[in-house]
Write a protein of this length. Structure first.
Lengths: 78, 78, 78, 78, 78, 78
């Protein structure tokens, strides 16, 4: 794997909100790993962003990824 | 990210019920991160709020987010 | 939030079965938070209670909520 | 709740296999809590037992319930 | 329950790969507990093994069962 | 099981990103365990890689597998 593909160096983030952003990135990177064609990805994105059922399913993936990120950060408790 | 977008400062809430509200907010913010057009979001919301299958799917997302919030708060045990 | 909306004071229950009832309540309250119109809710309820796929999806939400309630109660172990 | 409805006295079982049976019971009891009409339940059961997608969704619910039961029993480790 | 139905004696396996096999077995046994007719099961299997959406849903069930098996084995860490 | 099928020797990886790759492999291996015909698998793959709903469902499976891998690696914390 080339260096420019190294996108997940750590699960640790400074804040919960950065943890949310990481969770969204993780979900998107999985899609990109399965469907790497940028044109198809763009089409699909336009499709699912207007489909409420698919938006809810996407939110479920983010919730699952965030469970992992939050646990890794001990829920950002001091 | 602009300051007015900082919506998740902490996973800690005073009560379980506030934890539920945070879980619902987390689910909604994910939708907003994927589909940011307010008009489209409003249309989609009207659609899924009348579709029982999508309501159940939404409840699943909230349940997952709440698992994280509840663990972060040690289930609000003293 | 008005006091009569305070429905989740604690995740602690005396027994596993009361924990199940709380999990079902949690799932229902999420639906009510998204779709608050009592007429629409009633219609939707009649619909999904006769649709086996939606019943199974509802059972999944309850299973997830119960995971949280059970952990909060340390699985009701003495 | 009448005594004859008290079906979940404990999450503790003697063996993993009894834990599986409890997980299946938990899933079924949730369905029964939402749809209590025995005639409708029987019809729905015949329907979903012949629908592979619904069987898989049912298996997901059982897997989630079993996660809880297994944790409660510390995975039946001595 | 007859002895020849005793299929889950333990969640402990020697290796992660045997844990995967157990997770797949657990998913299959749940299907068999709901739909026990061998002819119908065979038909359904042929159906879902050619349906990518159902294959993905099956993989989700296996992932959930494996979470339990992996935790039971402390992730096979020495 | 023949040795050339031994694909999951350990859940431990050096980095979070290798953990992601393992999670994707785990999801794919489950599909292969259910549908082993390479021709059918290829057809199904082309199908679901162009279907946004199925891509999202695939991402959910990966998220679940990654939860297990991340926990096994103690979230790659030193």
């Amino acid at each position: 794997m080339a260096n420019d593909d190294l996108w997940l160096k750590s699960l640790i983030t400074d804040t919960p909100q950065e943890g949310r952003e990481l969770a969204i990135l993780m979900a998107r990177k999985t899609i990109g790993a399965i469907q790497s064609d940028p044109e198809i990805k763009k089409e699909l994105r336009e499709e699912y962003a207007r489909d409420s059922a698919q938006l809810i399913a996407s939110a479920e993936v983010v919730a699952l990824e965030f469970q992992t990120v939050a646990a890794a950060n001990n829920y950002w408790k001091k």
